[in-house]
Design a protein around this ligand. Structure first.
Ligand code: PGA
Length: 257
């Protein structure tokens, strides 16, 4: 499996910053091979960025949406459907913890979004993760970790998987993002340990019953990316804050090759 590195810009950048950043990422990706990179800017910047990339698109650089809506079309002011994204993006982040917590998205809505994304030919990146930081002992000795200690991400996954056919399961990408490790909400965060994340990724693959790609996300930076990418069960990264700085993001990309 080629490593997959996803940049989630969240609600950051104005148009000119977005174009400069997208160009910087393109240059960094052009120098590398053996990995896939997905850029998820704010949805308003998808069209200008894809126009800027134009016909000189790099094969292993893709665009993704940060979200989409759970109905195919209709009277849903302000929302963006999966079919509107078709042709513009290849991937869609679904069920990010910020959407779950700040916008009260439920597993039922998230399941609908995954199904609509699949119908529209998009690859869903389903985010799951526990809210509460486990004990330092468990993080330090994750071999002990079992289903009952890490229920939340596994239940979030199972609640979606139970509605998917085996063919649809094969299209799913899971991003394991412990909520306590995600930066940007005024609390100082630190990434989960590589071994701990690897053990959760293993439980996720067991739950899925197939070798589903599992990304790690939460305070990934240039100096810790390798710690996750070297793990057997981790197939890539979902990067928030550090994807807004070209140099930092390039150093993450270099760890993947
Ligand atoms: P972070 O965000 O890298 O800033 O912690 C990751 C994410 O929320 O996807």
């Amino acid at each position: 499996m080629r490593p997959l590195i996803v940049a989630n810009w969240k609600m950051n950048t104005n148009l000119s910053e977005a174009l400069i950043l997208a160009n910087g990422v393109k240059k960094a990706v052009a120098d590398l091979s053996g990995l896939d990179v997905v850029l998820c800017p704010p949805s308003l910047w998808l069209v200008p960025i894809s126009e800027q990339y134009g016909h000189h698109q790099i094969k292993h650089l893709f665009l993704g949406a940060q979200n989409l809506f759970w109905a195919p079309s209709g009277a849903y002011t302000g929302e963006i459907s999966a079919t509107m994204l078709t042709g513009l993006v290849d991937y869609a982040i679904i069920g990010h913890s910020e959407r779950r917590r700040l916008f009260h998205e439920t597993d039922a809505e998230i399941t609908k979004k995954v199904l609509l994304a699949l119908d529209a030919g998009l690859k869903p990146i389903l985010c799951v993760g526990e809210l509460k930081k486990p004990s330092a002992d468990l993080i330090a000795s994750p071999e002990e970790l079992n289903h009952s200690q890490i229920r939340q991400p596994l239940e979030e996954l199972e609640n979606v998987l139970s509605h998917l056919s085996s063919k649809q399961r094969e299209q799913l990408i899971v991003a394991y993002e412990p909520v306590w490790a995600i930066s940007g909400h005024g609390v100082k965060t630190e990434a989960a340990g590589g071994h701990y994340a690897n053990q959760v990724a293993k439980l996720i693959k067991d739950e899925a019953g197939i070798d589903i790609p599992v990304l790690y996300g939460g305070s990934v930076k240039g100096d810790n990316a390798g710690q996750f990418l070297s793990q057997e069960n981790i197939n890539g990264l979902l990067v928030g804050g550090a994807s807004l700085k070209v140099n930092e993001f390039s150093s993450i990309l270099k760890s993947a090759v």
